[in-house]
Design a protein around this ligand. Sequence first.
Ligand code: SF4
Length: 168
Amino acid sequence: MELRIAGIVKESVVNGPGLRFVVFVQGCRHRCQGCHNPETWDPAGGVAVRAGDLLEQIKSVKLLKGVTFSGGEPFLQAGPLAWLAREARKLGLDVIIYTGYTWEGLLALARQEPAVEELIRVSDYIVDGPFILTERDPELPFRGSRNQRIIDVARSLREGTVIEAGFS
Ligand code: SF4
């Protein structure tokens, strides 16, 4: 199973709490003004990698708290990322996904695409919504603009409404 990525960072402390393995996926349709990673927009750019090879690299890093999928838009490659997230969770790692879709938009997409629903369900936290330049706030922990929410996925699905997570 392959996916296209823009790159990885094996040990990051700025893409969620704790030490994290970050996969920057390739391809994004949101085209946010002020996007920091416009080189990730082209779905044909980046490099193709096997999800299994990424898992082996994750296993090679000691003391990880979790993995983060960022972009680009992770939900455009939901199938292989859902597999990778599930395998990462078997290792005791948590999963954070940064998406340009809002939570409500993702749930609508999930009704049409089973892989999207699967990726939502195997994630612990989703940071949702596009980057909005006028809402930019460099003081915000782990996100770029004030419209973006850090969502506790399990609680939000259980309670049928957005429950924001407490990590900062
Ligand atoms: S969703 Fe992220 S990668 Fe895509 S355009 Fe917006 S800021 Fe850039």
